[in-house]
Design a protein around this ligand. Structure first.
Ligand code: SF4
Length: 403
């Protein structure tokens, strides 16, 4: 047998090396002029200097004015992990799929300004109408997890798995947090996309058709979901894209049910058991609620586990006076706390670490893209290749058929 995967030097995505760029000990996440924020050790898209110097108040006036002028043509969407100073300008907020679905439901608007990260803007482009233009205010707003699954590596893995176990034995499932190219590979090969709310249903569907699953790119969501379905840990293998056969033996792959791509979220893997134990010592009656991108031990030691929308709903419906230790992104945790003043709500991680790529959507970028549209210039448009759109839609539609 000739395998495509070879052992190579591991490459860490730049978005992952920059993951701590905005971590701080104090809880101040107030927006400063971009010229100050760009002193952090992260890449920022170049922007005219005029915008870099504007104060938050000046930006506020200009964004509001521009938004008002363009109101017949644009919609501004905001992911829950965006900073408050962006959320306040958004017309609709949600998780990645909810936002993309919403984008698909408003064909009358020409411009979709997507305040989120790159893969989300791609999904909005896939689901929106041809005449609509999707704009990502800052092109360096990527996602470290999506960047851990490179198209060529996934294709090599796919070829090797088929060579080793045969065709039509493995179903590829990709989490929404992946590039359009990976969604397309799944669509083309009998697979589908899933979100953190329907990963269980997606796996059940896949197992009803084929024996094995290749789950890309989040190993933790894959493992936590597989465990929930009763798959034993020794029936799961990790696929390390930098090693031949993903670092596995032929037998371990043949005996596995779930092949987990070696990817993770740099925000959710910050949570650990010590943080949960400390929170429980301080508040014995606390409810621990975390996102399934957290590691298995964190998930196993939590009272509630679910998607971003689930976390928001569960806490909001909690009893007045209840206490919540939350394992998800800090901008969202702070916002839930502000909206639920009858409860005690805090992030399990005492270090304040926003998602470093989401955080790069600074109001100066929003102002820049809006004023550019006003002057007839479209910048930062996200356009997915036509063939990729078609195959990605197949994978997304298979997911929609689950619900
Ligand atoms: S929170 Fe994690 S998965 Fe979400 S955009 Fe940030 S790095 Fe990516």
């Amino acid at each position: 047998m000739i395998f495509q995967t070879k052992t190579k030097t591991p490459i860490t995505p730049i978005t992952e090396t920059e993951r701590s760029a905005f971590c701080r000990e104090e809880t101040d996440l107030e927006t400063k002029p971009l010229v100050e924020e760009t002193k952090s050790k992260a890449r920022w898209q170049k922007i005219p200097i005029e915008y870099m110097r504007l104060t938050p108040d000046e930006l506020d006036t200009r964004i509001s004015k521009s938004k008002n002028k363009l109101k017949e043509k644009i919609i501004i969407l905001g992911h829950h992990y965006q900073r408050d100073q962006i959320i306040k300008y958004t017309d609709y907020q949600g998780d990645s799929f909810k936002l993309a679905q919403y984008a698909a439901s408003i064909p009358e608007l020409e411009y979709i300004i997507f305040c989120g990260v790159h893969f989300m803007a791609e999904t909005a482009d896939i689901l929106s109408k041809k005449h609509q233009k999707v704009i990502l205010p800052n092109l360096t707003a990527g996602c470290s997890m999506a960047d851990m699954a490179i198209t060529e590596d996934v294709l090599d893995c796919w070829e090797d798995l088929n060579e080793l176990v045969g065709n039509n034995i493995v179903t590829p499932i990709t989490y929404m947090n992946s590039t359009a190219a990976i969604k397309s590979i799944c669509g083309e090969n009998g697979g589908l996309v899933c979100t953190s709310s329907n990963a269980t249903e997606a796996m059940k569907w896949a197992f009803s058709n084929r024996e094995k699953i290749l789950f890309i790119p989040d190993q933790h969501l894959g493992r936590n979901t597989g465990k929930k379905l009763g798959i034993k840990l020794d029936e799961m293998v990790i696929w390390n894209p930098f090693k031949e056969l993903g670092g596995n033996t032929l037998d371990s792959i043949k005996n596995s049910k779930l092949i987990l791509w070696q990817g993770h979220c740099s925000v959710h893997t910050r949570f650990n058991i010590d943080q949960i134990e400390n929170a429980k010592k301080k508040f014995p009656e606390i409810n621990i609620i975390v996102h399934p991108e957290c590691t298995m031990d964190v998930v196993d030691n939590s009272d509630f586990v679910g998607s971003t929308e689930y976390i928001i709903k569960t806490i909001s419906e909690g009893a007045p006076g209840s206490i919540w230790g939350v394992g998800t992104e800090i901008n969202l945790v702070n916002r839930i706390a502000k909206q639920n003043t009858d409860k005690t709500i805090f992030c399990l991680d005492s270090m304040v670490c926003p998602c470093s790529t989401m955080y790069r959507i600074h109001p100066a970028y929003l102002c820049w893209v809006l004023e550019s549209i006003e002057s007839g210039k479209i910048i930062n448009q996200i356009e997915v290749d036509k063939k990729i759109i078609n195959n990605s839609k197949i994978a997304l539609n298979r997911m929609l058929a689950l619900e």
